[in-house]
Design a protein around this ligand. Structure first.
Ligand SMILES: [Zn+2]
Length: 293
């Protein structure tokens, strides 16, 4: 009998020891999604890369105030702020923070960044509702939306957020950005369309919102999601895009294009990639069509 208690005690102590050491490591990993800091750099004109190695963030600078798009995971907020400083800009000069979509990996750091910048956070109507609730949503994952109420999918709520009207140009200081409503990946998903002038030539930039099929499509073949994607693809296909960017760095070739620019300074800017955008859009549509079948 005594031996049983001793063995039980040892087992319990072991389990607690594992929980105490493993939980902080797990929490840290889920806070930053395994992201590493990345070298910030100029993409074109007044547009800079300030994201982590995979989840992206972009800075548009101007004397009238800077615009920061996306906030990464809660744990990548400090990486983004450090990148802004490394480029020689002050986080306090960021006057506006925008967002592609309210998933943990792109909106998790918005509140923390806002506490350092004092910026106005602007989001689409649907995104603003989810941001205010720190990622909780009753529609995001269809019948599995209850999962968004679990702590590990939530992030610090963005309580101070203003909603804008979709597809109407936002005038932020001297910046002009068009929020293109492109839901499907999630409600409220916003792509950002704006001009930059690089080496004297104006180019059209599109930061596309996520286009990968969500569970509502892969598992439930949800009709509303299919319709939302259809409208989104029609909008995106109608745009004239020279430089395309995405919420995950690997899908627009951040590293490859950055290296190309470093090595061939006399060549055209590698981020000007019209065929790359067409290819990306085509394969995104194929993935959605396959998931809908
Ligand atoms: Zn997403």
């Amino acid at each position: 009998m005594k031996t049983r208690y001793v063995v039980g005690g040892i087992l319990l102590t072991g389990i607690f020891a594992i929980l105490f050491t493993a939980y902080p490591a797990w929490r840290k990993a889920s806070d930053n999604g395994g992201q590493q800091p990345a070298t910030p750099f100029n993409i074109a004109g007044n547009l800079y890369y300030v994201g982590a190695n995979d989840v992206t963030a972009f800075l548009l600078v101007d004397d009238s105030g800077h615009v920061l798009i996306d906030g990464g995971y809660p744990g990548t907020a400090s990486m983004i702020l450090n990148s802004v400083r490394e480029l020689g800009f002050s986080p306090r000069d960021i006057k506006w923070q925008l967002n592609t979509h309210a998933h943990l990996d792109h909106a998790g750091g918005l509140a923390d960044i806002q506490s350092h910048t004092g910026a106005t956070v602007l989001a689409s109507h649907d995104s603003a509702q989810i941001l205010r609730r720190g990622g909780q949503s009753d529609t995001m994952l269809g019948p599995l939306s209850f999962l968004t109420h679990l702590p590990f999918l939530q992030y610090p709520p963005v309580t101070d957020v203003q909603a804008f009207s979709d597809n109407k140009v936002l005038e932020l200081g001297s910046h002009r950005l068009t929020p293109v409503s492109t839901p499907g990946h999630m409600p409220g998903c916003t792509s950002w369309y704006f001009p930059v002038t690089d080496r004297g030539v104006q180019h059209h930039v599109l930061l596309s919102c996520g286009l990968s099929p969500p569970l509502t499509l892969t598992l439930f073949k949800d009709k509303n999601t299919i319709e939302a994607f259809e409208k989104s693809f029609l909008q995106l296909e109608a745009l004239d895009v020279d430089i395309f960017l995405t919420p995950h760095a690997r899908t627009f070739g951040r590293w490859k294009k950055y290296q190309q620019n470093l090595q061939n300074l006399s060549e055209p800017n590698a981020f000007i990639d019209r065929p790359g955008w067409q290819q990306y859009l085509k394969s995104a549509r194929q993935r959605v069509d396959e998931a809908a079948r």
